[in-house]
Design a protein around this ligand. Structure first.
Ligand SMILES: N[C@@H](CCC(=O)N[C@@H](CS)C(=O)NCC(=O)O)C(=O)O
Length: 309
């Protein structure tokens, strides 16, 4: 089986979600560092335009969006399970909460005390471009940019709810971690890992004890890989990964047709290619890149639009 390659950067919360899942599964994986703002030419050579972080690669299969990455990792490495079927509806509910938690946490970090730490980490040059980059990221989709008002009405009540539940169990749905823990972990991690604002969670003792348990899962065993080598792996791989779920052609579209796929919330850059597979879980398209060769780019079905190109 080909190695999992994660294209990510250290301060990215959604990347932390996948790093922690790789830790829970105790996997060996390859780590490719990406920029935190555009341009990301080596990411885009693989994805065809999708620019969010992280991106996961297995050979010439490229996976966009952590919802799909979590499914793929769980399918390839089923033990310990991330999505026990007895908890599917609860997992779906927690997954729906993920973006609310994330959008509530971001403005907590971006208040003056947190911003100072962010600025030091990013460096003056990137920091100067960061605001414009994120304004562009939130153009053209249906999600408004996270703002302080949203955070004020959601952050503390939701953290309090998690804290109360965690007084009764080691992990959100029982004795073992599930996807529910990882979708809640990364917004909490984002706040805790910023010394300027970490104390905003000081009152939530059960949440903090849980955070230590998740942290203790580690990140598995990463080894560094250059983005050029990752592109070369895509170019020279001839095998492909299995598709997820039985064929269910999207309305009016047929396998083999040229299509464009884009996220509907933010970071809505369209990726164009030939439709290879569609199911309730994923959309997979084949595209050719000058440097990466023939790659198969996968997106979750939920939250992505597919139209004829
Ligand atoms: N729904 C996406 C959200 C990913 C996301 O918002 N990632 C942030 C970083 S944590 C991002 O891409 N920001 C812009 C960038 O890094 O270029 C997923 O689950 O992967």
């Amino acid at each position: 089986m080909s190695d999992i390659i994660l294209h990510h950067y250290a301060s990215s919360p959604y990347s932390e979600k996948i790093r922690a899942i790789l830790g829970y599964k105790q996997l060996h994986w390859k780590s490719v560092r990406t920029p935190s703002i555009l341009p990301k030419p080596d990411v885009v050579a693989l994805t065809g335009g999708y620019r969010k972080a992280p991106v996961m690669q297995i050979g010439r299969d490229i996976y966009c969006d952590t919802a799909l990455m979590a499914r793929v990792i769980d399918r390839l490495h089923p033990q310990p399970p991330l999505m026990p079927s007895a908890q599917r509806a609860s997992l779906a509910a927690f997954t729906q909460l993920e973006q609310t938690l994330f959008f509530a946490a971001v403005p907590v970090v971006f208040q003056p005390a947190g911003l100072k730490v962010v600025m030091e980490r990013l460096g003056a040059d990137v920091f100067e471009k960061f605001g414009r980059d994120r304004a562009a990221l939130f153009t053209g989709g249906n999600a408004p940019r996270p703002d302080a008002e949203f955070s004020k009405i959601h952050f503390l009540p939701l953290m309090n709810a998690l804290d109360l539940q965690l007084a009764h169990c080691r992990f959100l749905l029982g004795d073992a971690p599930t996807l529910a823990d990882f979708v809640c972990w990364h917004p909490v991690w984002f706040v805790l890992s910023n010394a300027g604002v970490a104390d905003k969670l000081a009152a939530f003792k059960h949440l903090l004890a849980w955070a230590e348990r998740i942290r203790a899962l580690g990140h598995g065993t990463p080894s560094e890989l250059s983005s050029g080598d990752a592109i070369e792996i895509a170019r020279t791989t001839t095998t492909a990964q299995a598709f997820d779920g039985p064929l269910l052609e999207p309305e009016k579209l047929k396998i083999g047709q040229r299509v464009s796929v884009s996220a509907t919330d933010y970071g809505c850059d369209a990726v164009t290619g030939t439709l290879l597979h569609a199911s309730v879980f994923e959309l997979a398209i084949k595209r050719n890149d000058e440097r990466a060769g023939d790659v198969i780019v996968h997106f979750p079905r939920q939250g992505f639009r597919v139209v004829a190109a």
